[in-house]
Design a protein around this ligand. Structure first.
Ligand SMILES: Nc1ncnc2c1ncn2[C@@H]1O[C@H](COP(=O)(O)OP(=O)(O)OP(=O)(O)O)[C@@H](O)[C@H]1O
Ligand SMILES: [Mg+2]
Length: 500
């Protein structure tokens, strides 16, 4: 039997730089196939070719036994392929059902839109999926997780045989991921196939049946997930032995840098904490625990409702990002797609954005100076980009994230609020980022890292504050940060046990 999908000898270059160098990729029906590789390996590009977003330079594609030639987006959709992009692709000013029916609106005899019917069909679809989204809601009002599910619903509505999910979980919490996986399994049982791109090993091993590894635009290996280990996959991805060793070391801490007393806001309350110069505080918690809301409020994205916040001894009024930045706070927000990317700007402009928002005098921007700073940060963060004048959107997802980290390192901020900092970043680069966070702390920066990944906390955190229902339920010292203990507190199982 022919494969469901067969891509052979795919080549693609951007401005003469080869990005795919004759890649072979094939998969069968009813499979969840993990497409793996480092940042910039060519995963999204290969999928863009399959879905007609960009043309290929050479090679051939066959789907469902038929050759697919001169692929365009409509052609690929008509063949039964749907693409849930790494950067979501919904239209914010339309309603939910309008997005589902985009370009295939139901119309009446006189060309009017049958809105009620479309809305009703959308409702039925969501019900089947167990998704609670109002079909009439404006897309801009949805949470990222809901947008992600809406994209998948849209793919299903179009009766896709193959759904490509490009890093679908970067902005989802654990409950939302579990729900997504449940839906994937049900659809798989009904015969839908998936290409699943992710940098998170545990979830790859949970959901995928097969894998293909790309490195530097070439095919490396394909096989069954059950016959390989995360360590072996990592080795294939980086092309050599990988030492993800822990660089954590105890440092001497300075004066109090961030002081909170009874600090409360939307989603969290009564946080009292002192974080010192040079300290790295891990912050974690399950869905609705308030840890992310807490970080945003410290940065002034929302206003607090009670308590006090002091930075370097001076009280800072919340509710203004500009004030927080003047007090030398910086924040890498949780969701790159929604909160960081300025799509029409180059990567250099995206980098110096924060620095120049801060300068009160509107000094002219010295492009040469910025370029020099960029070159230095590019080196430190290992940003893979041909030149700083490229549009930010032409970078691979992980490399974009590195630019946003650079954006804040390029200011003289002293308090770094990092929310989900390694989203979309590959295993090797993650270790580099941990090393950088530790280095920055050593230089005296005060760092808060909000993450759901416990290994991440173990790599960097001096202490870890665990949120439960909006309050800090426990602060663990570095030595006690481990999976089981963190789970015990984040689910409040500890107190349940004591009470029972
Ligand atoms: N439109 C474009 N113009 C120029 N270069 C591009 C464009 N799209 C992708 N590239 C380059 O092609 C290479 C592969 O990018 P791609 O997005 O396929 O990587 P990826 O494997 O998806 O990485 P990640 O895990 O970071 O998302 C990168 O070096 C990227 O900068
Ligand atoms: Mg990508």
């Amino acid at each position: 039997m022919p494969h469901l999908l067969e891509m052979t000898g795919i080549q693609k270059a951007f401005s003469g730089v080869p990005v795919l160098k004759g890649v072979d990729f094939s998969m069968d029906s009813g499979e969840v196939h993990a497409l793996l590789g480092e940042n910039g390996a060519g995963k999204s590009t290969l999928m863009n070719i399959l879905t007609g977003v960009i043309p290929l330079d050479a090679g051939s594609v066959a789907f469902d036994g038929q050759p697919l030639e001169n692929i365009t987006i409509p052609k690929s959709e008509a063949a039964g392929i749907a693409f849930v992009h790494q950067e979501l692709n919904l239209i914010n000013d339309l309603r939910v059902y309008e997005n589902i029916f985009l370009n295939r609106e139901l119309t009446g005899r006189f060309g009017h839109l049958r809105k009620k019917e479309m809305s009703e069909q959308a409702r039925v679809l969501f019900e089947e999926l167990g998704v609670e989204i109002d079909p009439g809601a404006m897309v801009e009002k949805l949470k990222t997780s809901e947008k992600q599910l809406l994209e998948i619903a849209k793919a299903l509505f179009r009766k896709a045989k193959l759904i490509i999910l490009d890093e679908p979980t970067t902005a989802l919490n654990n409950d939302e991921i579990a729900h997504l996986f449940k839906i994937l399994r049900e659809l798989k049982a009904k015969g839908t196939s998936f290409i699943f791109i992710s940098h998170k090993m545990p979830e790859i091993f949970e959901i995928a049946d097969r894998y293909t590894v790309l490195r530097n635009g070439t095919f490396i290996q394909t096989g069954n997930i059950s016959e390989i280990t995360p360590k072996e996959i990592t080795k294939l991805m980086v092309g050599g032995e990988f030492f993800g060793e822990n660089h954590y070391q105890i440092r001497e801490l300075g004066e109090p840098a961030l002081e909170l007393h009874g600090f409360s806001g939307s989603g969290f309350s009564d946080v009292s904490l002192t974080v010192r110069r040079g300290e790295i505080l891990g912050v974690t918690g399950l869905q609705g625990s308030g840890s992310s809301e807490f970080m945003r409020c410290v940065f002034g994205d929302t206003a607090s409702t009670g308590g006090t916040l002091k930075i370097n001894g001076a009280e800072v009024k919340t509710g203004s990002i500009h004030r927080a930045m003047q007090a030398k706070a910086a924040m890498l927000p949780a969701d790159r797609k929604e909160n960081s990317v300025v799509p029409d700007m180059t990567l250099l402009e995206n980098m110096y954005l924060s620095e120049h928002t801060l300068s009160a005098w509107n000094f002219p921007i010295h492009v040469a100076k910025e370029q020099a700073k960029y070159e230095a940060l590019k080196e430190t963060l290992d940003i893979k980009a041909a030149n700083p004048d490229l549009l930010i959107t032409s970078l691979s997802g992980g490399n974009q994230q590195k630019v946003f980290l650079a954006r804040w390192l390029n200011t003289d901020a002293e308090i770094l609020l990092l929310d989900n900092p390694t989203q979309g970043i590959d295993v090797g680069a993650k270790t580099e980022i941990y090393r950088l966070i530790l280095q920055l702390a050593k230089e005296g920066k005060t760092i808060l890292v909000n993450t759901l990944e416990i290994p991440e906390l173990q790599q960097v955190a001096d202490r870890c504050a665990i949120f439960y229902e909006g309050r800090i339920i426990k602060i663990l010292p570095h030595d006690e940060i481990e999976e089981h203990t963190v789970m015990l507190y984040s689910t409040n199982a500890v107190n349940a046990k004591e009470a029972g």
